[in-house]
Design a protein around this ligand. Structure first.
Ligand code: GDP
Length: 486
């Protein structure tokens, strides 16, 4: 591992109140000492105690003052990287920060690679790989849920869980190996049953983590949402309402939203990646048709469909086509224009549904009871929400329902371990695969050394999550995705 001294601008390179230049490594104090002067213009940085902060000046190597600064000194091992670290708080101008960084490099530091500070924290053993990865997730978090999950991961939720599972696997490996080495003293009599219980337990735990993993991904990256419905029902108006600005063009002419629009919408706890598609209907218009085809394709890989209906106009054959297209997807029916006289109600929706699918509708309101009832057999129901895109009504209800449909009873528990990384998911799948192999070997009464091979694989796969069984290449790849100065 490189132990040279690195430096980088740790704050955003834009005009701001304060900018921070971070310096870390064996020579950090010595290097900054050459360009720091206290108020009496003395070069005394190397005399300061650890974890103290000092007012003074950064100068160039000739002693000319560049900026007025506060400098903090954090000596190894009690720093972010576990190395000697000096942070220079200067004025936040982009030019100033660059100038100070150049000065520090002239004094002997090397410009850090992206993520190199956190990589050092990992390589020096202060944090495991899952915690290191969460640092970047915190910086990139788009919503409250994602932020909470990342902070929990930084505090070790994933690490502790994985470590616990690995210990259990290791115990079994050790037991088998010792028994095979020393059969006179350690008996494998009745062991298959014990191992079988433990394997079932471990498979259950891995399943649980994996079943949250897909939710975790949606939570972190956003729910891919498609708005469908006939022309003029209010799709663009709804999108505008969600986005909070007039991005989509709203008009009275049927079929104006011809191409697709994509918007990321943060609704407090959740993020929707909304794709607004063309109005879906049987049509001769070629341009319109392209839109419709596109809408069908997009709907296929959506996580959520928002199906907008105009409650003031009767349903027709076009609605039947739409239902046919989306019947197997997670769907919410939005009865729009609830400010006008109601022509379409639950029974009209149910009779439409009955032509195409077994699913029935439930009118969702902001009340737990309706929800609990609907949740029992969620896959058999389609929720209806009454909204008015014009009068801004029903949005709370929609957000509440989406949260429950995707994250209910899972992410809400504070101690729940939430896997949000696809790298972790892959490793968990591999561990699960190996554990299933052990289960199979047990059922087939294979010799004990068969068990230990697969247990070892599971142990190694889990180790990759926390960074115990990873090569340099992977470590480099993970940290290269970090931002500068982190
Ligand atoms: P789209 O073709 O489905 O995207 O529909 P638009 O969003 O362009 O809306 C069509 C027309 O319906 C526009 O004149 C909107 O102002 C109107 N509209 C949309 N939502 C509502 C609503 O909730 N109530 C009423 N009264 N009109 C609405």
């Amino acid at each position: 591992m490189k132990t040279d001294t690195i430096a980088a601008i740790a704050t955003a390179v834009s005009d701001s109140g304060i900018g921070i230049i971070r310096v870390s490594g064996e020579e950090a104090v010595k290097i900054v000492a050459q360009v720091y002067q206290n108020v009496h213009h003395e070069k005394v940085l190397d005399r300061y105690d650890s974890h103290t902060i000092h007012y003074g000046f950064i100068t160039d190597l000739n002693g000319d003052v560049i900026d007025e600064v506060m400098v903090s000194v954090m000596k190894a091992p009690k720093s972010y990287t576990m190395e000697d670290t000096v942070e220079i708080n200067c004025h936040g101008g982009a030019l100033m920060m660059r100038k100070i960084l150049m000065t520090v490099t002239e004094a002997g530091a090397r410009i850090a690679e992206p993520g190199e500070f956190t990589k050092r924290a990992f390589l020096n053993g202060r944090i495991d790989l899952s915690r290191a990865e969460s640092v970047m997730d915190i910086i990139h978090a788009k919503n409250e849920y994602a932020l909470k999950a990342s902070v929990r991961q930084l505090r070790g939720s994933v690490f502790k869980k994985i470590k616990g599972l690995r210990e259990k696997v290791l115990y079994e490996i050790a037991f088998i190996e010792s028994a095979l080495d020393d059969p006179e003293h350690i008996s494998l009599e009745g062991y298959e049953e014990k191992l079988s219980d433990q394997v079932c337990y471990l498979i259950g735990e891995l399943d649980k983590l994996l079943c949250f993993a897909d939710d975790g991904k949606l939570l972190k990256e956003g729910i891919r949402t498609v708005i469908v419905g006939k022309p003029n029902v209010g799709k663009s108006s709804l999108l505008n309402l969600l986005v909070g600005q007039d991005r989509a063009i709203v008009t009275d002419v049927a079929g104006t939203t011809r191409d697709t629009l994509e918007e990321t919408v943060n609704l407090g706890d959740i993020t929707l990646n909304i794709i607004d598609t063309a109005g879906i209907r049987s049509t001769e218009d070629v341009v319109e048709k392209i839109g419709v085809e596109k809408a069908k394709t997009i709907s296929e890989d959506a996580d959520l469909i928002l199906y907008v209906m105009d409650s003031s106009i009767p349903l027709d054959g076009n609605d039947e086509d739409i239902v046919r297209m989306i019947k197997d997807k997670k769907t919410i029916i939005l009865m729009n224009k609830s400010d006008l006289d109601e022509v379409v109600d639950k029974s009209s929706v149910d009779s439409l549904l009955s032509k195409v699918t077994e699913k029935r509708s439930i009118v969702y309101e902001l009340s737990e009871e309706v929800y609990e009832e609907g949740w029992e057999e969620e896959s058999k129901n389609i929720f209806i929400i009454k909204i008015s895109a014009k009068e801004n009504g029903g949005l709370d209800c929609l957000v509440n329902l989406i949260k429950k449909m995707f994250f209910y009873s899972r992410i809400s528990y504070n101690d729940e371990v939430c896997i949000t990384s696809s790298r972790h998911k892959e490793a968990l799948l591999e561990a699960l695969d190996s554990m299933n192999q052990v289960k199979k070997s047990l059922e087939d009464h294979m010799p004990e050394d068969f068990y230990s091979i697969d247990l070892m694989n599971a142990y190694a796969a889990l180790g990759r999550i926390i960074g115990e069984e990873v090569g340099d290449d992977l470590v480099n790849e993970i940290f290269s995705k970090f931002c500068m100065g982190k």
